[in-house]
Write a protein that binds this ligand. Structure first.
Ligand SMILES: NC(=O)c1ccc[n+]([C@@H]2O[C@H](COP(=O)([O-])OP(=O)(O)OC[C@H]3O[C@@H](n4cnc5c(N)ncnc54)[C@H](O)[C@@H]3O)[C@@H](O)[C@H]2O)c1
Length: 353
């Protein structure tokens, strides 16, 4: 990992919309003090799956990359594959800014063969997602789904002693399924509540247990915590991993929160478990999305829904680039970037490193 010695060139390849929304003036100025900055717009469509770019855009990216020492890509850009890397002998750093996290816009294996550091700052929305996970846990323990309905509908008004007991988070065990960036931040937010934290994550480095004061445990044990927060990415191996058996382990009065991906939970099993009414559900992500009109989850009083907005805040948008400029600064001043696409990270995404 050798940073360039003369004034480096940083290329940024993205769509016009992302350029406008994400590249803050202060960060561009900061980057400009470190390097010559070149921006090239591409409009390759993308979604959650792999990015399929047309030949012309691919060739244009290869030509652009050839003049760069560092390259940052985002929505709109074609993938950084073997052809792009082979055309760019000066390239030492490639970074993915945001979105399509699992689409693999960077061929990490090829980057390694070309001695190019691959960095991913798509986790920059983990701050608001951790906050919303905590909020859903607190609202679930307070049975806010029910009270919201009671307050909104005169017919449902209840006396205080008629409502089911509500609970505090202080001292309660919290379980996390998946322990990556959101999990680490949520762990920090949970500290003042003082309860133990149990996590299930076969890929997370075990040293994190001591560093962040959590214990690793099998999924079935984590599902038995008073609050269970689902934070696993959607990969071929996580699809439907929370099914009827896992949901059966939720204790009466427990709160189940999902802020990662809807497809990780079996929706039919979730509806059946929620319909029993003895546990509470805070769901930001759904399968399918949006939640269909008339779907049972919309009407259960022990279910709070939000429309996949956990990571969508005013602050999160420019942060993707702020964090990328931090990473570039680290790299150019002889320090290792923090968000490198290591083998362990790639294994957690269900892809080879
Ligand atoms: N609701 C929103 O608005 C929103 C916003 C951002 C991210 N997300 C989603 O949240 C998820 C997590 O984000 P992150 O930043 O923490 O990601 P991350 O990549 O930092 O961490 C994910 C963790 O899940 C672990 N994991 C993978 N497979 C697993 C399995 N089978 N069992 C247990 N753990 C497993 C990985 O090892 C990794 O530690 C992603 O799916 C992301 O798409 C949602």
């Amino acid at each position: 990992m050798t940073p360039p010695t003369s004034r480096p060139v940083v290329g940024i390849a993205l769509s016009g919309r992302i350029r406008e929304d994400y590249l803050g003036a202060a960060d561009l100025e900061r980057l400009g003090r470190l390097a010559e900055v070149r921006v090239e717009e591409f409009e390759v469509p993308s979604g959650w799956g792999p990015v399929e770019a047309d030949e012309d855009s691919r060739r244009r990216l290869a030509g652009f990359a050839a003049g760069c020492d560092l390259l940052v890509v985002c929505h709109g850009s074609p993938p950084v594959d073997e052809d792009v890397l082979a055309a760019a002998p000066r390239l030492r750093f490639v970074g993915e800014l945001e979105g399509d996290r699992f689409a693999g816009r960077i061929d990490v294996e090829a980057a390694r063969e070309h001695d190019v550091v691959a960095v991913d700052t798509t986790h920059s929305s983990s701050w608001p997602v951790a906050e919303w996970a905590l909020a859903l846990a607190l609202l679930g323990l307070r049975q806010h789904g029910l009270f919201r309905r009671v307050m909104a509908d005169e017919e449902l008004r209840k006396d205080r002693d008629e409502v089911p007991p509500v609970r505090e988070l202080s001292g309660r065990p919290v379980g996390m399924i998946g322990f990556g960036h959101i999990g680490w931040r949520l762990r920090e937010l949970l500290r003042p509540f003082g309860g133990p934290v149990l996590v299930h994550d076969p890929f997370a480095p075990r040293e994190l247990a001591d560093a962040l004061d959590v214990d690793f445990a099998p999924l079935e044990r984590v599902m038995g915590c008073d609050v269970v927060v689902c934070l696993v990415p959607a990969t071929p191996s996580t699809e439907g991993m929370i099914g009827a058996d896992e949901l059966e382990r939720l204790q009466p009065g427990a709160v189940f929160v999902n802020v990662s991906r809807g497809a990780v939970v079996d929706t039919d099993a979730l509806v059946r478990r929620a319909a029993r009414g003895d546990a509470w559900f805070g769901l930001d992500v759904h399968d399918p999305e949006p939640v269909p009109v008339g779907a049972p989850l919309r009407h259960l009083p022990n279910v709070l829904l939000s429309p996949h907005i956990a990571g969508v805040t005013e602050e999160a948008r420019p942060r993707f680039f702020t964090v990328m400029v931090d990473e570039i600064e680290r790299f150019l001043t002889g320090r290792e970037p923090r968000a490198q696409l290591t083998d362990a990270v790639m294994a957690g995404r269900g892809r080879p490193g």
